[in-house]
Design a protein around this ligand. Structure first.
Ligand SMILES: Cc1cc2nc3c(=O)[nH]c(=O)nc-3n(C[C@H](O)[C@H](O)[C@H](O)COP(=O)(O)O)c2cc1C
Length: 389
């Protein structure tokens, strides 16, 4: 396994990340292994965040809860829905910079941002000139913010030495940020992980270099690249980043509820949270978390409204991708909508409807099945209430 000569390349690590005077939030924590396990088990009753907004340079977000970029999931349809339902910001799927420069069909679809404001476009790559060109193309097509991917652990991405592989090349990473910043008149942000592996938790060091190169926000997923998606995200381990940068910090990984968001904010000292997988099949989750963090008494959509949202999402996907591709593309969303609606109900009828939903190729049939599933969920909910009474 790769091991960095930490003391030479990462002097801050060797010194234990001394916090910059006056920069560090009172809630920042210094990481040591095992701390997260203790602190993430803390009870509720954590303070609500005082921050109400995040400013990415001149772009002000209306809140602190963002939708994480997810390839194959956060296309323009999902992002539009999440924004309408209360997310403060949404990030496009990663777009490979060479593909964007070639103007490939997939890149074009991923760049789509109609009805999305602010339109944050994530680009990936390792060639500063190509990344700068991709950023210009994104800017010309209406992007308001450019995000640089330094966190993707996928082998096919890391093999091309971009995504999370850039965490092992801080000089190159910094040059990429500087090139992108110089190429567009837009704020630039960076998304990264804690580090490449447990032996190189470089996020604080890299975030500081990204800030020096002009980045205006950094988002950190509380896992290393070596972890992929194993174990739990370590929110406390994101804390040292806060001590090293003045720009806003967003914490990400395994946040699936308001309690998680509060705990992640408290342990990391971050200014905002980014939610990914937990929003699949419930794009209203971000609005719910945002409302509860603000104590605004956000009302969750009813089952009927959720069904309408699922159908709107499905129709949107068919129109974006065309029916043949859209039907296949929508399956993971449909499955997730059904799973959340039925909340783990293993009754034969629920299982049968869910199985038919993800097999059906016929849009009208899919919509009928969705209505049946949400109808069944309502009946099961009523029965549950009657049992409890
Ligand atoms: C299917 C999938 C696709 C993803 N695609 C991207 C991507 O394109 N760019 C990126 O920076 N992160 C990507 N991620 C990582 C997420 O943005 C996020 O960091 C990760 O899922 C942890 O957050 P979560 O636990 O809230 O899902 C992806 C994750 C998943 C599950």
């Amino acid at each position: 396994m790769y091991r960095d000569p930490m003391p030479q390349r990462f002097p801050l690590l060797a010194q234990g990340f001394p916090e910059r005077k006056g920069l560090c939030s009172a809630q920042s924590t210094v990481y040591y292994p095992g701390k997260m396990q203790i602190e993430q088990k803390m009870g509720s009753g954590l303070p609500l965040p005082s921050a109400r907004t995040i400013a990415i340079g001149g772009v002000k977000l209306d809140g602190i809860v963002l939708l994480a970029p997810m390839s194959g999931i956060t296309d323009v349809i999902m992002r539009r829905l999440a924004l309408r339902l209360g997310a403060a910001g949404v990030v496009s799927e990663m777009i490979a910079s060479p593909a964007l420069a070639r103007s490939g069909e997939e890149a074009r679809l991923r760049l789509e941002g109609e009805g999305v404001s602010p339109h944050i476009v994530q680009i990936a790559g390792r060639d500063p000139a190509c990344m700068a060109q991709a950023a210009r193309i994104a800017a010309d097509s209406g992007a308001a913010v450019i995000d640089i991917n330094m966190g993707c652990p996928a082998k096919r991405v890391a093999r091309q030495l971009c995504g999370s592989a850039l965490m092992r090349e801080p000089d190159l990473a910094e040059r990429i940020v500087a090139a992108v910043v110089a190429s567009v008149d837009l704020p630039v942000t960076v998304k990264m992980r804690l580090g490449y592996d447990e032996g190189s938790l470089d996020a604080p060091f890299l975030a500081r270099r990204c800030e020096a190169a002009g980045a205006q926000l950094v988002a950190v997923h509380g896992r290393t690249r070596a972890q992929f998606y194993e174990g739990r995200a370590d929110w406390a381990a994101v804390g040292p980043v806060k001590g090293q940068v003045r720009i806003p910090l967003v914490v990400n990984g395994d946040i699936a509820s308001t309690e998680d968001a509060k705990r992640a904010l408290f342990l990391s000292g971050a200014d905002g949270v980014m939610i990914g997988r937990a929003a699949l099949g419930r794009p209203w989750l971000l609005g719910e978390v945002a409302g509860e963090l603000k104590e605004e008494g956000h009302t969750s959509p009813s089952l009927v409204e959720r069904c309408d949202i699922a159908i709107e999402h499905y129709r949107g996907l068919l129109s974006l991708y065309g029916v043949a591709l859209g039907v296949r593309h929508s399956r993971k969303h449909l499955q997730a909508y059904a799973a959340h609606a039925l909340a783990g109900q293993a009754r034969p009828m629920a299982c049968g409807l869910s199985a038919s939903l993800v097999r059906s190729e016929e849009p009208a049939e899919v919509e009928r099945l969705l209505r049946a599933i949400f109808g069944l969920a309502a009946d099961l909910g009523d029965a549950h209430l009657a049992e409890a009474a």
